[in-house]
Design a protein around this ligand. Structure first.
Ligand code: TXA
Ligand code: MG
Length: 351
């Protein structure tokens, strides 16, 4: 166990940046805010420092990390080759919630890329994150600052709960604006391929580059031993202790199904909760609800906090009323993973 210090960036930004930068330069770990989720950072050129990230998170060794930069010039030390597609994406969306996969340079240790020939790079949209990276003077490898398998942290408190005693410094920058992790795009080919959906949508990428493909693994199940484009896709993710089920289909059919399940749970003494957009709350008048807001942006911002609240409030089961067109691909992808691919097509149940 090590002592974990928290610095509140809104009270003392200078200490947050200077102490954070010093930790990073000395091979230490720092939890820091980004616009997506909190990151657990280490010097991306320091293999030993990066190993500590995997230990603190309990992360599988074969899952590569994203390298964070503060200025476009840093790319030269990280990527061996920047394709025209990568260049266009960087110009269109950085700083912002987009990680671009490129051929890696020899300076990036295998610990960062998990042995792959490629590296994911991103310039975060959060000012404090960029100041910290710039002050440290090195690129920062950072996964989300949660214990592996738990929902990503959108509040410093979440990172504290998972990593207290395992990291020397947490910088609290308040709630993360976006709330889901960056869109991960493979830009090594002619057409960009989305490996993980995020706030930058397929439509936005198509508009910038002229084409886009969403990898099959984004919505379907990958087998544990399957060779896949993005190792992160095969792990059960974001999972609360409670059983989560995703319901898709006609709104009224979904409501019928969920209300029925909820009723059975109550009779059996089980505590259930419904996750839905505000517009559907009226369909669940008799139920406990964790609301996701009005639209995709609200749902992204609320999602990981709500997934943690399912356990914090002691629910045994969570029923997610999916509305893909209104919630977007990023929220659907995270919920399907949280449910371990347990999806019910309402009205078509074969039971
Ligand atoms: O928004 C974010 O991306 C946050 C913040 C902290 O920046 N970071 C984050 O990192 O979500 P992490 O490690 O939790 O997720 C990184 C994802 C994983 O699914 C990993 O498999 C994929 O990116 N990835 C990283 N490098 C890759 C590569 N070279 N090829 C394919 N996938 C890669
Ligand atoms: Mg993660």
């Amino acid at each position: 166990m090590i002592k974990t210090k928290t610095i509140f960036a809104w009270k003392d930004k200078e200490s947050a940046v200077s102490e954070g930068a010093e930790q990073l330069r000395n091979g230490g770990l720092v939890v820091f805010p980004t616009e997506t989720v909190y990151g657990l950072g280490a010097n991306a050129f320091d293999a030993e420092a990066v190993k500590h990230i995997f230990e603190a998170k309990g992360r599988p060794q074969d899952n590569p990390l994203i390298v964070h930069i503060a200025a476009i010039e840093q790319i030269g030390d990280i990527a061996a080759e920047v394709s025209p597609v990568a260049r266009t994406l960087m110009e269109a969306f950085w700083p912002g919630p987009l990680s671009v996969i490129m051929k890696k340079s020899a300076r990036i240790p295998d610990e960062v890329s998990a042995g792959l020939e490629t590296v994911a790079v991103r310039m975060p949209g959060n000012d404090l994150a960029r100041e910290l990276i710039a002050r440290a003077g090195i690129p920062v490898a950072a996964p989300s600052a949660n214990t592996s398998g738990k929902p990503s942290p959108t509040l410093a408190r979440h990172a504290y709960e998972d990593l207290c005693g395992k990291v020397p410094l947490i910088i609290d920058g308040g709630p993360c604006r976006v709330g889901v992790e960056s869109t991960v795009v493979d830009a090594t080919g002619k057409v960009p391929v989305i490996l993980r959906p995020g706030d930058i949508t397929p439509g936005m990428i198509r508009e910038a580059v002229g084409g886009v493909r969403v990898h099959d693994g984004v919505m379907s199940e990958m087998k544990k031993d399957e060779v896949c484009a993005s190792p992160g896709m095969k792990y059960k993710h974001y999972a609360p202790q409670a059983g989560v089920t995703v319901f898709t289909g006609d709104k009224k059919e979904v409501a019928k199904c969920i209300n029925f399940r909820y009723h059975i749970d109550s009779m059996q003494g089980k505590k259930a909760v419904v996750l839905c957009l505000d517009e559907c709350a009226g369909l669940y008048a008799e139920c406990s609800i964790l609301p996701l807001g009005k639209n995709a942006g609200d749902a992204e911002a609320a999602l990981f906090r709500v997934l943690r609240e399912i356990d914090e409030q002691g629910f045994d089961a969570a029923y997610f009323h999916a509305q893909e067109e209104k919630m977007g691909l990023a929220v659907m992808n995270r919920m399907i993973r949280a449910a371990g691919h347990h999806i019910v097509a309402a009205g078509e149940e074969k039971e």
